[in-house]
Design a protein around this ligand. Structure first.
Ligand SMILES: *Cc1c(COP(=O)(O)O)cnc(C)c1O
Length: 499
C-alpha cells in the first residue's frame, strides 16, 4: 500500500515514510492510494478478538511495510495495561438507542491517547526503516489535551525526546498541572508568554529554521511532529469504530450488516474522518453526524459546501473543538473529489489566500449523502450534561455533550430508530468546572482538586486515577519563556550550546 499527497498525485511514499515525515513537501497530507476493504467475514472474526488483535487486523491493511510481529509489538506497547482494563474503548448503553464509545480511559483522560500511545511505537520504527540512527525530537505546541497526551506517549521511549510549549494563560488548571508534573527522562515542558497561536507560530518557525536543523544534525538528532495530520495518528482511530461495531454485535444490539449511525464531537476533523474511512472500508455506517460548538465553521461547510474561516473565534467550555481551520478536512474533500489533487490544491490555495473556498456540486452532493451536521452553544451543552445526568445517570464531559446535543437535534428530524455510536472524547473530570456548573453549580471552587472531589460526590463515579493522582506530584517544569526565545529554549533543553 502506497501513500500519495492530497495536493500532488505524483507523490509516492511508503507508510513508514509518511509517518516519519508527517507532511508531504508540497504541503499536502499523506493519504493511502486506495482504501482497503474489510469483508463481512473479517468483521465477524474481529468480533471474537480483543482490542489489540482488532487493531493489528485493521492497521495491517494500511501499514503494509510493517510486519505483523512489529504491529503486535507496537499495539501491545500502546494498549496493554494503559487503559484501565481489557476493554480499551468500552461502549456504554445510555438508552434510546444511544451507545457512548468511551475513548478516554488512557493515561491522560482524553481520546488523543488512543492515537498518541501508539504513535511513538510506529514513529520510532518508521524512522528506523527510512532514516536510521537519528534521535527524534518531537516539538509540540498545545492548547491542552495534545501536549499532555504526546508527553505520556513519548515518555522514556528510546530514541526520542519531546518538548511541549503551552500558552501560559491558555490551558485549564488541571491541564497545566498534568503537564508541569510530567515524568520521564526525555521530556521537557515550557510555558510561552502569549496565546496558543504564538506557541504554534514559534514551533512552526523552529521546524523551518535551517540553522537549528544543522545544529541538531551535528548531534545526530532530527525534528519530527506528532500533530493530528500525521497518518500515524489517524490510522489508529479507524480501529475503534470497527471495534465498537463488533461490541454491539456481541451485545446482541445489532446483527452483522445492520446500519449504525456515528456522532462525533469535532475540531480538527481527525476523529470523524477515521469513521468515514471505516465506512468506506465496508463497516455498515449510515450517517456520519458532525457535532460542533459555537465555532461552527464545519456545520456551515457540510451544509453549504462553503468553507469560510472569516468569522469570530469563540472561546468555549469545549476548548479542544475551538478551531477555525480543520486540517484533516483536506483528506475528506480529496477523497470525495475522486482523488483530484489539482482541485484540492486550488481549494487549499484559496483557503490560504482568502480564508475561504467552495467545493463543486459533485462533492457537495456526496457530502449530503454521507453527513449531517449541527452545532450548539455553551448553555445548551450544559443543559444536555444536566439532562442526560438526571435522566440516565450518565455524566458526560463538555465535548461529548456537544455530540449528545447535536444528536438530539438529528433525531427530531430523522427519529431514533438506528442504533447510534456517540464518540466520547474526554473524562468529565478533565473539564470539572464546566461540568460542575451544569450539575452542581454551588460546588464550583478555586481549587482544582476540591472540584474533583465535588464531582465525585455528585456523580458517585470516582475520579480517574491519573487526575486524582496529580495532587501529590512534584512540579518539575516551571520554565516560562518569551515567544521570541523558543529556539534558544529548545537548544538549552536539549543541552546543545549554540555555536
Ligand atoms: C482533540 C479533541 C476533539 C476534537 O477531535 P478532532 O479529531 O480534532 O476533530 C474533541 N474532544 C476532545 C476532548 C479533544 O481532545
Amino acid at each position: 500500500m502506497n501513500y500519495t499527497s492530497t495536493r500532488d498525485n505524483s507523490v509516492k511514499a511508503s507508510a513508514a515514510y509518511a509517518i516519519a515525515t508527517g507532511i508531504s513537501p508540497d504541503g499536502g497530507l499523506y493519504v493511502p492510494e486506495s482504501i482497503p476493504a474489510l469483508t463481512p467475514d473479517e468483521l465477524m472474526a474481529a468480533a471474537k478478538e480483543n482490542y489489540r488483535d482488532r487493531a493489528v487486523r485493521v492497521l495491517g491493511k494500511y501499514l503494509t511495510d510493517f510486519t505483523e510481529e512489529e504491529l503486535h509489538e507496537c499495539v501491545n506497547g500502546a494498549y496493554t495495561g494503559k487503559f484501565g482494563g481489557e476493554d480499551v474503548a468500552p461502549v456504554v448503553d445510555i438508552a434510546n438507542n444511544r451507545f457512548v464509545l468511551e475513548l478516554w480511559h488512557g493515561p491522560t483522560c482524553a481520546f488523543k491517547d488512543m492515537a498518541l500511545q501508539l504513535l511513538p511505537h510506529l514513529l520510532t520504527r518508521s524512522v528506523k526503516k527510512t532514516c536510521d540512527g537519528k534521535e527524534i525530537v518531537i516539538l509540540v505546541a498545545t492548547s491542552g489535551d495534545t501536549g499532555k497526551a504526546a508527553l505520556e506517549g513519548f515518555r522514556d521511549v528510546p530514541g526520542t525526546r519531546i518538548i511541549v510549549f503551552y500558552p501560559v494563560e491558555g490551558v485549564s488548571a488541571i491541564q497545566k498541572r498534568q503537564m508541569v508534573t510530567q515524568e520521564g527522562e526525555n521530556v521537557g515542558v515550557c510555558a510561552i508568554k502569549g496565546n496558543f497561536d504564538d506557541a504554534q507560530t514559534g514551533v512552526k518557525r523552529i521546524f523551518t529554521d535551517a540553522e537549528i536543523a544543522a545544529e541538531l544534525d551535528k548531534h545526530n538528532m532530527a525534528f519530527s511532529s506528532a500533530n493530528s495530520i500525521n497518518w500515524g495518528r489517524l490510522a489508529p482511530q479507524i480501529v475503534y469504530y470497527i471495534s465498537a461495531y463488533a461490541d454491539l454485535m456481541n451485545k446482541g444490539v445489532i446483527r452483522m450488516g445492520d446500519k449504525v449511525n456515528v456522532v462525533v464531537p469535532t475540531g480538527n476533523f481527525g476523529n470523524i474522518l477515521a469513521a468515514y474511512y471505516a465506512k468506506k472500508m465496508g463497516l455498515p455506517i449510515g450517517k456520519l453526524v458532525c457535532a460542533s460548538n459555537a465555532n461552527n465553521v464545519l456545520t456551515d461547510f457540510l451544509r453549504t459546501g462553503v468553507y469560510d474561516r472569516n468569522r469570530q473565534f469563540h472561546t468555549t467550555i469545549s476548548p479542544s473543538m475551538d478551531i477555525l481551520i480543520s486540517s484533516n478536512l483536506e483528506r475528506l474533500i480529496y477523497d470525495l473529489s475522486g482523488c483530484d489533487s489539482k482541485r484540492v490544491k486550488g481549494w487549499m490555495d484559496s483557503l490560504a489566500a482568502t480564508g475561504r473556498y467552495e467545493v463543486d456540486e459533485d462533492v457537495k452532493a456526496r457530502i449530503g449523502e454521507l453527513f449531517w451536521a449541527g452545532c450548539c452553544d455553551d448553555a445548551s451543552t450544559q443543559a444536555t450534561i444536566r439532562e442526560v445526568f438526571e435522566s440516565e445517570g450518565y455524566l458526560s464531559d463538555t465535548h461529548t455533550a456537544v455530540a449528545l446535543n447535536v444528536y438530539e437535534q438529528y433525531t427530531k428530524e430523522f427519529g431514533a430508530d438506528v442504533p447510534t455510536i456517540i464518540a466520547s472524547t474526554a473524562s468529565p473530570y478533565k473539564f470539572a468546572p464546566a461540568v460542575l456548573g451544569a450539575v452542581a453549580a454551588d460546588k464550583i471552587s478555586d481549587d482544582e482538586f476540591d472540584m474533583l472531589s465535588a464531582l465525585n460526590e455528585v456523580s458517585g463515579v470516582a475520579a480517574p486515577a491519573p487526575l486524582a493522582g496529580l495532587k501529590g506530584k512534584k512540579i518539575r517544569f516551571e520554565r516560562v519563556c518569551d515567544g521570541s526565545k523558543m529556539k534558544e529554549t529548545v537548544l538549552d533543553m536539549l543541552h546543545i550550546k549554540e555555536s
